[in-house]
Design a binder for this molecule. Structure first.
Ligand SMILES: CC(C)(COP(=O)(O)OP(=O)(O)OC[C@H]1O[C@@H](n2cnc3c(N)ncnc32)[C@H](O)[C@@H]1OP(=O)(O)O)[C@@H](O)C(=O)NCCC(=O)NCCS
Length: 188
């Protein structure tokens, strides 16, 4: 897969456009800053504390693109002249297998940018790209998982058209509480 894919969520009356593109070394300082947030650390496995951690993160993302199984995008606000603005989040398509019917989506929003619909807007664009790119190869379903005690993530799921499917039992230590599985199919 070409790792120069760039996606865009259009501006709204109140909000700037969002640009989604593969992570780059220039994002590392903002990534380190975002990962200082305890809420982000609680709900994701990202523990990027310094430049070395940032370089490892980048290498994992690069390998995901090269291997064709994980496609993560840095989400940035677009400036008034079309230039890249601040990093506001991450959205990723995970668990892609050749011809496989299902994959998973994930996301986070930097603490300073929460509550403005960044995650649902970015997820909508990622979802369209995922079905457009991998649908012809057999992708039929995108799964979204979150723990029951993460209502903000549950809101992102419903606002993005990922219908509640079922409760998943806890699988400690990775998931100590029950979870929700939300699912979206093409055309949903
Ligand atoms: C879950 C998360 C991605 C939502 O991102 P977002 O860009 O703020 O999404 P939204 O603006 O649509 O807000 C979603 C919900 O967050 C809550 N919220 C609103 N403002 C908020 C704020 N300033 N700070 C935190 N949460 C807020 C609300 O419940 C909101 O739902 P509502 O629109 O019905 O009021 C974000 O809170 C986050 O990064 N959390 C930590 C990482 C995480 O949980 N990732 C998902 C793992 S499954």
């Amino acid at each position: 897969m070409n790792s120069s894919v760039t996606l865009r969520a259009a501006a709204t009356q109140a909000l700037p456009a969002l640009v989604l593109r593969p992570w780059s070394a220039r994002d590392i300082p903002s990534l380190i800053e975002a990962c200082r947030d305890p809420v982000l650390r609680r709900w994701t496995s990202h523990q990027v504390d310094d430049e070395a951690g940032g370089a490892r993160w980048l290498e994992t993302q690069r390998a995901g693109w090269a291997g064709g199984e994980r496609f993560s995008f840095a989400v940035l606000e677009e400036g008034p002249g079309g230039e890249e603005g601040p990093l506001v989040g991450n959205t990723a398509l995970k668990g892609v297998t050749p011809g496989g019917p299902a994959a998973e989506v994930g996301y986070w929003t930097a603490a300073h940018a929460r509550g403005k619909g960044v995650a649902p807007r970015a997820l909508e664009v990622l979802t369209e790209w995922a079905f457009g790119t991998f649908g012809p190869e057999g992708l039929e379903r995108l799964d979204l998982l979150h723990q029951v005690d993460n209502p903000a993530s549950c809101r992102v799921a419903s606002k993005s058209g990922y219908a509640f499917d079922r409760v998943l039992p806890a699988t400690p230590p990775a998931f100590p509480r029950d979870g929700h599985l939300h699912v979206r199919r093409p055309g949903d």
